[in-house]
Design a protein around this ligand. Structure first.
Ligand SMILES: [Fe+2]
Length: 493
């Protein structure tokens, strides 16, 4: 039986603070509040009914994301740092554990949408209580030489800091998942409701511009040679263990397209029979196209000729015949479901919500290929590309058009490497040479997923700007297409 969150006094001060800890702790507490606040701001447009739905196994209800990210701090920080710690609610350890076998049993992932209890209000109450306990732990006068007692403990307040920063990055990952999950949830409703209105994300002038094709892409060349890639764990700034260790790779001469592939280019692929030509697809991709009835990106559909007829939800893959009917409809425009509701497909936007299979087939059709992750990282590092672009921070939650005078305008530089859309690479998600997972339960964070997935780079319009970097490795299975995922072409020189 679920219990009501119980109040517990903040951890009492013990011992003495390290020199310099006060400023560090205050900054950490400020960042903690900032990240926690964004999760809740992203939920501001939701009605209570929106918090609970799970439309497919990969999607989690917003309520679960809010609870799980909270559990992460409780289980991996408070539980391990505070002597005699009493959980807010023991059953939450079961409900909100995602996949950490070393942390105990967990609720079945596909059944997360079956939980009407705890209520949304109770989950917010859980957040309030954990926020209070964490603030007590992080308060400068309370932050002490405390080492986690398990799961690879043995450090000091540095370990507490590292755990907290991992928890914040973890919550930022879930913020992106929450946005993409909500998009899938809303798109599965025949009413195609908007998640947010312009007052939440005002359209930019570029968004309102007449629809025009993007500037042509150019090939940006890179020389053959050895490159260093990845990170060392003792380097400055946070990174995940899967980005380590820094190591050397050999690259043949290659070129990257100056910008991501646009909707205009992808429309040509679709209308050239791209989804009907087996020779363009990997075997597993072609099988998926047949099985799922794919004929266009997941959120695309044609204008409905009859306004009295409700639109078929574009995210609904359960009816391949309906999907084919939409693709063959005589409407003049391609439409896409966005978090602001249905909108025309803007030819200048980077194409989005592609699976690896679709990105790979498009590249083959276009006479190019996907870059490897080492090519992508080397190109970004050598070009000195700043981690700047359209991130969740802008509040648009949709890729921006690549207009003249903006992204993609240069014929010599790489544009749009960060933000807007994650870029699929040709690289399987595998451990770097010399990789060692974190000790203890947190070693399950990344390492155990290094099978049957592909690496994506750059971040998207749902990623926090301070969450990504040039070495960041995102990963998804090749059929996944509900994330903000696109591609950039590469070729051999
Ligand atoms: Fe998680």
């Amino acid at each position: 039986m679920l219990t009501t969150p119980s109040a517990e006094p903040a951890p009492p001060p013990v011992g003495s603070a390290r020199r310099g800890d006060n400023a560090d702790a205050a900054a950490l507490l400020a960042r903690f509040r900032e990240v926690r606040g964004l999760s809740e701001r992203l939920c501001k447009p939701l009605e209570v009914e929106d918090y609970v739905i799970q439309t497919m196994e990969d999607v989690s209800p917003a309520k679960w994301h809010l609870g799980h990210t909270t559990w992460f701090y409780e289980r991996f920080i408070l539980q391990e740092v505070v002597e005699g710690y009493r959980p807010v609610s023991e059953p939450y350890y079961y409900l909100f554990n995602s996949y950490y076998n070393a942390a105990g049993p967990m609720h079945c992932r596909p059944s997360r949408g079956l939980l009407s209890r705890p209520t949304v209000a109770e989950v917010y109450g859980y957040r309030r209580e954990i926020d209070r306990r964490m603030a007590g732990l992080l308060a400068p006068q309370n932050r002490r030489e405390r080492a986690p007692r398990a799961s690879g403990g043995g450090g000091s307040s540095d370990m507490l800091r590292d755990r907290l920063i991992l928890g914040l990055n973890h919550e930022q990952q879930h913020q992106e998942l929450m946005v993409t999950d909500l998009k899938h949830i809303f798109s599965s409703n025949p009413l195609l409701p908007a998640y947010h209105r312009p007052e939440h994300a005002p359209p930019t002038p570029g968004t309102l511009a007449p629809q025009v094709a993007p500037p042509p892409a150019a090939w940006v060349p890179f020389e053959e040679g050895l490159r260093d890639m990845g990170r060392d764990l003792d380097g400055a700034g946070f990174c995940y263990d899967n980005e380590t260790p820094r190591h050397r790779v050999y690259l043949r001469a290659f070129a990257l397209a100056s910008r991501p592939v646009s909707n205009a280019e992808y429309v040509r692929f679709v209308e050239d029979g791209g989804y009907e030509r087996h020779e363009l697809w990997l075997s597993a991709g072609w099988a998926t196209v047949q099985k799922e009835g794919w004929r266009q990106p997941i959120y695309w559909f044609r204008d409905e000729p009859d306004p009295a007829r409700p639109a078929t939800p574009p995210g609904d893959l359960s009816d391949p015949a309906a999907t084919r009917e939409r693709a063959g409809a005589s409407g003049p425009r391609w439409m896409q479901y966005t978090l602001s509701g249905p909108m025309p497909v803007d030819p200048a936007e980077p194409v989005c919500h592609l699976s690896y299979f679709e990105a790979d087939a498009f590249a083959r059709w276009a006479g190019g290929r996907l870059p490897t992750e080492s090519e992508w990282e080397a190109a970004a590092a050598e070009s000195g590309v700043a981690v700047a672009g359209n991130f969740v921070d802008a509040g648009l939650l949709h890729p921006e058009p690549m207009r003249a005078g903006g992204v993609g305008d240069s014929r010599e530089a790489l544009e749009g490497m960060f933000g807007d859309v994650w870029e699929w690479t040709a690289s399987q998600y595998t451990p770097y040479p010399g990789f060692r997972a974190l000790p203890g339960a947190l070693g399950e964070y990344n390492g155990k997923f290094m099978c049957n997935q592909f690496v994506l780079r750059g971040g998207s319009c749902a990623t926090s700007q301070n969450h990504t970097r040039v070495t960041y490795r995102n990963f998804f299975p090749p059929h996944a297409r509900w994330q903000f995922t696109g591609l950039r072409l590469a070729k051999d020189l």
